[in-house]
Design a protein around this ligand. Structure first.
Ligand SMILES: Nc1ncnc2c1ncn2[C@@H]1O[C@H](COP(=O)(O)OP(=O)(O)OP(=O)(O)O)[C@@H](O)[C@H]1O
Ligand SMILES: [Mg+2]
Length: 299
């Protein structure tokens, strides 16, 4: 059995045939692992099943086949060990930002004294730049970006072993998105939690992730590749675009989404136990004509 922190084994999601229709296999043979403390992004076209996989990891949805093993135990149902941030913030509207966080922290640590809960909540809100009175405002009195920061603070403050983020910045403008990406990296750097995040944005994924999982198109979608982002940390937006690997990684991702995600899709294209192909890029030399140089090894 795998010794990884998180192991997804043979996951499939199928829907029975509606009246007069055909049954639907959204994805199948999904196998991948995540190591403790890793930041993993997953990219794929709309409908391939990314949110379904994330919800199965969260214990909010059930797979039709396969299993998710976390810390040696099978994931069954939701748990405070797994914190989720959705695109639509999901804050409790009748509570202030601070109370949204303290409410979650109290659920996680019922034995903590009130002062400790409040101090812990303040610290995490400060980490994402919610301070100077903004913490006392209700969600409706905060901007979209601020609400999303509160959601991130709340998720991190509950100290889940695994943080699951479903397109958390999808609704934000580019400037706000950049600021919150940096806040997320800062909090992740301080807490060493494991992050699994869905995004549609290849630049965001390269900036944030240690590794990017690439999904083929559905139906019968699969996780086909695992692209290692070997860019050194801490990363800055100015510096990474100077790194020769950056554009090779980016070209590879864009090419996958534009072409290969479709070419590689379809029924029974991969063996049931197939792991994603690991893709690594060389830092040396110019990319050869005809595409990026890459080392692909099966793990
Ligand atoms: N009850 C259902 N019956 C049939 N099909 C369903 C049902 N619920 C979800 N689906 C299908 O499952 C597929 C996967 O949905 P999911 O939300 O996981 O995709 P996604 O990759 O997150 O897409 P997006 O990028 O648009 O968020 C979709 O094609 C959807 O139509
Ligand atoms: Mg989705």
């Amino acid at each position: 059995m795998s010794k990884s922190f998180l192991s997804v084994e043979g996951l499939a999601k199928r829907f029975p045939a509606p009246k007069g229709g055909k049954p639907l296999t959204v994805f199948e043979h999904v196998n991948f692992t995540v190591e403790k403390g890793e930041f993993v992004c997953i990219i794929g076209h709309s409908g391939c099943g990314k949110s379904t996989i994330l919800n199965v990891l969260a214990g909010l949805d059930e797979a039709s086949e396969g299993a998710v093993i976390m810390g040696g135990r099978e994931v069954k149902g939701p748990s405070l060990d797994r914190g989720v941030v959705f695109q639509n913030y999901s804050l409790l509207p009748w509570l202030s930002a601070l109370k949204n966080v303290t409410f979650a922290v109290r659920a996680r640590h019922p034995d903590w004294r009130r002062e400790k809960v409040t101090a812990h909540a303040y610290r995490h809100l400060e980490m994402v730049g919610i301070s100077d009175g903004a913490e006392h405002r209700k969600p409706s009195q905060l901007s979209g970006g601020m609400r999303q920061r509160v959601s991130i603070a709340r998720a991190f403050a509950t100290q889940p072993e695994l943080l699951l983020l479903d397109e958390p910045f999808g609704a934000l403008d580019a400037l706000t998105r950049g600021v919150i990406q940096d806040e997320l990296l800062k909090v992740w750097g301080e807490t060493h939690q494991t992050v699994f995040m869905i995004t549609h944005d290849v630049d965001e994924a390269i900036y944030l992730a240690d590794r990017i999982l690439l999904m083929t198109n559905g139906p019968f979608a699969q996780v086909a590749e695992s692209v290692e982002i070997s860019l050194p940390r801490p990363r800055s937006r100015d510096a990474i675009v100077e790194d020769p690997r950056y554009y090779r990684i980016r070209n590879h991702l864009v090419h996958f989404l534009a072409r290969r995600s479709k070419e590689m899709s379809g029924e029974r294209r991969r063996e049931p136990g197939a792991r994603p192909t690991t893709v690594r890029f060389d830092a040396e030399g110019e990319p050869p004509a005809g595409g990026p140089r890459l080392y692909a090894v099966n793990d």
